[in-house]
Design a protein around this ligand. Sequence first.
Ligand code: FAD
Length: 307
Amino acid sequence: MLGPVILAASRSDKMRRIVSAAPVTKPVVNRFIPGETVDQVIPIVTELAGKGLEVTLDVVGEDITTPGQATAARDAYLRLIERLKPLGLGARAEMSVKLSMFGQALENGHELALANVRPVVEAAAEIGTTVTLDAEDHTTLDSMFAIHEELRKDFPQTGCVIQAYLFRTEEDARRLAANGSRVRIVKGAYKEPASVAYQDRTEIDKAYVRVLGTLMAGSGYPMIGSHDPRLIAITQELARRHGRKLDEYEFQMLYGIRSEEHVRLAAEGHRMRVYTAYGTDWYGYFMRRLAEKPANLLFFVRSMITK
Ligand code: FAD
């Protein structure tokens, strides 16, 4: 019951001001968002790489309101790529972007987001890596998939994300699996209405397994974004069944969640990529992490009371 309430709060400016200003918020936020600047995140990338883990880096931010903010988002990613260059990690350090941060919801937003994200994808390709387009709420997805297709004409490694909770996803998965795309499959983190999305967790899990089956049987590169032990086991079984080698799919998990599992899977020879978010505009990302596990909220509230 708490999840939907927290997700509604994640879109509230008033709550954003209250939560962001509370001094006790910081240590709890740091569990999921380990830094605010590129200087703080680079040592974390190095540390994760040292453990045999790969990363996808997200400069947090979404729902911007001016074209200037979209340009600033582009520049933040370009600075990040400059800093990654000397590390020589290539595709072991990729980027995840939210198109709403690149101007997608503004006037002429589709064109604006494409124009802002393209230089990031180009710069990523120059250092041997790539970009994955995150999936936001369902109203943004037609535009996201069209931008993905457009970018893939020049940069076929560009990835995108699909969300198992949406009814549309099985069809999206069939299309993406047939055209050889890199696709991250996740359960879905936004508050979506019953007209477009499954609401029941069991239904969502079943849909995830169906979509996973489509991706693993297809010609693309599936990226399994989940911490759910049953889905990890099902992925391993499907990989065996479809004869996929260890480098023909990968697991992805969020920084700060089930970290011991990241290392365990990597030690078994799996590709494990840690989604690592950093930056100052962490509110929306943080609130979605609270919504996924209400125990996080209790921890957060307790830290506010005991300070
Ligand atoms: P759950 O059933 O939610 O969790 C399984 C277990 O994992 C839980 O029992 C718990 O032990 C642990 N766990 C899960 N979440 C948390 C948490 N927040 N705190 C502590 N423990 C937790 N969603 C989108 O809508 N768009 C995206 O682009 C997107 N990108 C993602 C990228 C990656 C790499 C990952 C891993 C997730 C992404 N998500 C995205 C979020 C996703 O949709 C889910 O909300 C999230 O992954 C939780 O679902 P789960 O599959 O881990 O399963």
